[in-house]
Ligand binder design. Structure first.
Ligand SMILES: [Zn+2]
Length: 163
């Protein structure tokens, strides 16, 4: 990729800035100028709003890359994954900070900004998003805490009962 093209694409590489159709609510990344979900595409013209993706998602599928493209030689093997974001769009990216052999479908990940590659003799370093695993220690919110163990706060039902 040329340096010029890279820099044109940089805002979304850094920000995960997509777009949202204000007619039907569909979110896109990369951003789109027109919403293909709307029955009459023209109704979405000028109704596409900037939308910031959170970068949170889960691995939909992945492949382990053993032969790297030029500039990625130092990183093989690595996992290249399709990540379904919580907002809906599916992104492609490298998964870092995990042994590729232990990666699994459904792994929760979040976007992180890393060096993507170094380009030849010019030494141009590209940065962009990659994905890192989200710790599985707390995969779901804990069950509702019984009231008896909840910290007492003013206005809690228990206080009123005691008064
Ligand atoms: Zn739409």
């Amino acid at each position: 990729m040329s340096v010029a093209r890279f820099w044109r694409e940089t805002p979304r590489r850094y920000n995960l800035g997509g777009s949202k159709c204000s007619v039907c609510g569909t979110i896109y990344f990369p951003p789109r100028a027109v919403c293909p979900q709307c029955t009459h595409h023209r109704q979405s013209i000028e109704k596409m709003l900037p939308f910031q993706l959170s970068g949170e998602g889960e691995v939909l599928s992945y492949t382990i890359v053993h032969e790297a493209a030029e500039g990625f030689e130092m990183q093989v093997p690595y996992a290249l994954a399709l990540v379904k974001t919580v907002e809906g769009p599916v992104l492609t990216g490298q998964v870092v900070d995990i042994d590729p052999a232990t990666l699994r479908i459904g792994q929760r990940v979040h976007a992180t900004f890393r060096k993507l590659r170094e380009e030849g003799k010019a030494g141009v370093i590209h940065y962009g998003y990659k994905f890192a695993p989200v710790e599985d220690a707390d995969p779901r919110p804990p069950p509702r805490t019984p009231a008896a163990t909840a910290p007492a706060t003013d206005g809690a039902p228990g206080d009123r009962a005691a008064a």
